[in-house]
Ligand binder design. Structure first.
Ligand SMILES: [Cu+2]
Length: 229
């Protein structure tokens, strides 16, 4: 091969390597689809509360694309009543949100006991299957599976796990009538702005310290609240 031939092969291989490195970096840093922002402001009358229904599942399954084995949240589309893989929402400002979370995942003791405390909700409490709680001892019962936390609004709620040894624990979404805990709480949206929400329980199984994968990807263990006037 001539010198120019070898040179262009070397340059070509170098460019391919650079392209691969850029691709790997972008895929690593990409937070994923920002979400379609389920819109709760349509037809909303000022002052009226808004109902939001989420669910948490141990594995999203094959019906929702992406990463079937990843732990995830789902949101119930208020218009169609369907569970969708989109964790972001557009909410009216200064409005009470009544949140209902169907929690299908098992739990464990928390690494940080502060996550066991209900914070920033109306009344400083939440309900677990109809029973009020302000703090949950994650060393008791089935532990805590996930948290729903909006740091910008001071909201953090531990979501109590179901018994992981049950024979009919939900393997992948949608989970329907399989064993789950129903957790409810209310909070106020506050001033217009963009607020991220996320789970703080390192639940990304198979990732470094449990904090990679679904923990750092939008539409899995976090999302955004777009609060509008
Ligand atoms: Cu989680």
């Amino acid at each position: 091969m001539s010198f120019t031939g070898r040179l262009s092969t070397a340059v070509g291989l170098f460019l391919v390597a650079v392209a691969l490195i850029i691709w790997a970096l972008v895929s690593f840093l990409d937070p994923g689809n920002p979400g379609g922002y389920v819109n709760y402001t349509l037809g909303h009358s000022t002052g009226a509360p808004v109902d939001v229904n989420l669910q948490t599942v141990g594995a999203i399954g094959t019906g929702f694309g992406g990463h079937p084995t990843w732990v995830s949240y789902l949101q119930k589309d208020p218009t169609s009543g369907q569970w969708i893989h989109d964790t972001s929402m557009t909410l009216p400002a200064d409005t009470v949100v009544h949140m209902t979370i169907d929690q299908y995942d098992s739990g464990s003791p928390l690494r940080n006991q502060e996550w066991g405390q209900v914070q920033g909700t109306i009344g400083g409490s939440a309900t677990l299957n109809g029973k009020s709680y302000k703090v949950y001892n994650s060393y008791s019962g089935n532990g805590v599976g996930h948290t729903f936390a909006v740091p910008g609004l001071g909201v953090s709620v531990p979501l109590i796990g179901v018994n992981g040894n049950l024979p009919n624990i939900c393997g992948q979404a949608p989970c329907g009538s399989l064993p789950h805990n129903v957790i409810t709480f209310s909070f106020k949206t506050g001033a217009p702005g963009s607020y991220n929400w996320q789970c703080f329980v390192p639940c990304g199984l198979g990732y470094l310290y449990g904090n990679g994968g679904p923990m750092s990807t939008n539409n899995y263990m976090g999302g955004f609240l777009k609060v509008v006037a």
